[in-house]
Write a protein that binds this ligand. Structure first.
Ligand SMILES: Cc1cc2nc3c(=O)[nH]c(=O)nc-3n(C[C@H](O)[C@H](O)[C@H](O)COP(=O)(O)O)c2cc1C
Length: 422
């Protein structure tokens, strides 16, 4: 029998004060059925709609209601509660809880947990159609999305209040699907870089801009101990991140597994697989400039083994591969949040410029930076690089330089493109 999809996963469920709270009892049942553990925070208003007794019975855990409950602080304080889970789900997310979370208010247990957590948050809003469409709620929604909060629903339809329109909480089965999807990527949100204010203090042509960069290889697991990888060191991508920061940008660096330390003043998100990188890139949007310098594995193993593959006589295990997400092409054609300038990297071992020119058109990006990574070039893992910058106007080849100098020269060009809006 297949393993339940939420086996070993723990969900912190905050239930707000709306009629849809009764559906959250069903959601708890579905999460439990899928193998997940649930801890509930019930707001004071939420307890008007569903009782702690029902939820304790369904979860098998004590329901948390009070920020200042001393025994709970001793057993599991509000910080621990908000971090012990793999995902925080708010269902129903009331207009009030959304407003508090969007503004960083923390005056009860639910809102404090939302502010203190280091995990992803998924909200399932539920409210009267006018409350949902109110500019204040829509503003809060945008703010929360920018902060990385995910949303499922609301649906449109007839509401308990007799009105019609968007505002009905998504069905529990749909919320469960969103939970499984949210847990597929990295769950811990990296700590915002406390040195970032220093970075923001640098003024330059990229001040006020957000630059998103991917770097390094990806590791695609075969089983818990083996993986498919490539020789990318991440040096060029890290140098680009430093160069963007030096020009005043706020920089997010999504890095595959590399041996390099986190560059100062830069928000670094470490991932392993292509799918995690894709997810982290999506979460980091919007950006003014996105540079995809990572060497993302084109393929991953279709059926990753749950246990280490064993030698079994002479039988050699077949590795069936399947395609990974094409992060560059997806972002270059993003329907709503395409960065104004999208740059791809092409690592080629032959007919470098022709291949890279074709790649630019295929992927839909504005610029391709091509380099020769054949073993003779020494680029992969080395400290120097010769790059060709290919855009709609043609090809410019930069001289042989250290990767840091290549990065600085490229970033000046990109900043110029952004300034001119070309
Ligand atoms: C009968 C009734 C139904 C309500 N339904 C909702 C609702 O569906 N969504 C919502 O945002 N607020 C709803 N409210 C208002 C919230 O309960 C109120 O804003 C409360 O302060 C929310 O607290 P909480 O966010 O801490 O749970 C309702 C209020 C009442 C009296």
């Amino acid at each position: 029998m297949a393993q339940p999809v939420l086996q070993g996963r723990s969900i912190l469920l905050a239930i707000g004060g709306g009629i849809a709270a009764y559906k959250s009892a069903e959601l708890v049942r579905l999460i439990r059925k899928a193998g997940g553990d649930v801890r509930v925070i019930l707001t004071r208003a939420g307890s008007q709609f569903v009782t702690p007794l029902t939820l304790a019975g369904l979860t098998g855990n004590k329901v948390q209601e009070d920020l200042f409950s001393l025994t709970d602080e001793v057993e599991m304080g509000h910080i621990e509660l908000s971090r012990a889970a793999d995902l925080v789900v708010v269902a129903p997310a009331t207009a009030d809880l959304m407003a508090k979370a969007a503004n960083g208010l923390a005056n009860d247990l639910a809102s404090t947990a939302l502010l203190a957590t280091d995990k992803r948050i998924l909200m399932a809003p539920a409210m009267n159609v006018r409350m949902w469409l109110h500019p204040a709620t829509q503003r809060n929604l945008e703010t929360l999305k920018r902060d990385g909060v995910r949303f499922v629903g609301p649906d449109a339809g007839e509401m308990a209040c007799g009105e019609f329109g968007p505002g009905r909480m998504a069905e529990p089965a749909t919320i469960l699907e969103a939970i499984v999807e949210a847990l597929a990527g990295p769950t811990v949100i990296p700590m915002p870089d406390w040195q970032a204010p220093a970075a923001a203090a640098i003024t330059g042509p990229l001040s006020g801009r957000h630059v998103l960069i991917t770097a390094g290889p990806t590791h695609e697991p075969i089983d818990p101990v083996r993986y498919i990888a490539n020789r990318s060191s991440g040096k060029q991508g890290y140098a680009l991140a430093d160069a963007a920061r030096a020009l005043g940008a706020r920089v997010t660096l999504v890095s595959g597994p590399v041996a390099l330390p986190d560059p100062p003043g830069i928000a670094v998100i470490r991932v392993e697989t292509a799918r995690q990188m894709d997810e982290a890139v999506e979460q980091a949007l919007p950006a003014d400039l996105a540079i995809f310098a990572a060497a993302v594995a084109d393929w991953r193993v279709e059926d990753e083994a749950g246990q280490k593959l064993k030698k079994d006589g002479n039988a050699i295990p077949p590795l069936r591969l399947t395609e990974n997400p094409d992060i560059l092409a997806r972002i270059a054609r993003h329907p709503t949040r395409r960065p104004p300038l999208v740059v791809g990297f092409a690592a080629e071992t032959e007919t470098v410029i022709a291949h890279a020119t074709a790649k630019r058109l295929r992927k839909g990006c504005d610029i391709i930076v091509a380099n020769d990574v054949s073993p003779a070039s020494g680029v992969m893992g080395g400290d120097r690089n010769i790059v060709h910058v290919i855009d709609a106007a043609g090809v410019a080849t930069l001289p042989d330089m250290a990767k840091a100098e290549v990065a600085a020269a490229l970033m000046q060009r990109f900043a110029g493109r952004l300034r001119s809006g070309a």
